[in-house]
Write a protein that binds this ligand. Sequence first.
Ligand code: ZN
Length: 206
Amino acid sequence: MRHYIKAVLHKEEGAEDPQESYDGFMIYGTDVLEYPQRYSDIKEFLAQTDKNKVRATLGLGSPVEILNGVLAGIDIFESDYPLTQASLGHALQIQKIEEGKSECTISDIQLSKLLETKQQHCINLNKEEFKESKEPLVKGCQCYTCKNYNRAYLYHMLEVKEMNANILIAIHNVAQFDLLFSQIRDNVKSIGAFIQDYAQLNCIDK
Ligand SMILES: [Zn+2]
């Protein structure tokens, strides 16, 4: 596993077996790998570790990458995706999936392949089509930005290069990531069905 470095999240003083003394594992280097090697390597690495310990990673940032990481067995993700998208004027479009809506009809491998053909649905607020739009970024979103501003206002702020535009979009995108992760936690026992629904509702083809 030359791509990965096991990092100690917490190490007890004087413990003899290093693996026993870890609270978990941090996986690095996933961003330099391509699909499907990225996830097969993660699974191979995790198979060697205690499944009761926390597994964290850097480098899987988009919702599609995160969902594929969840399928592989990752618990914690560090991602700057909401902020990098906001800096480009892109607002995430994540709708809540109804719990228990459907059962997963395909295998984990097919699900992983399906995710790789998808990308997160975002809107680019620099586009003129939003110039007159009185809609919030996402209908029903409870974030500060969606409660107080519409797409046309954010389009205008981006056009005049007002830096608050990116901050307001970042507030929305971070709220959307909170929704994504709360839904992953709520659906952890039927994660396959959730991911299948998520890909259908919140993603577009690459
Ligand atoms: Zn919002």
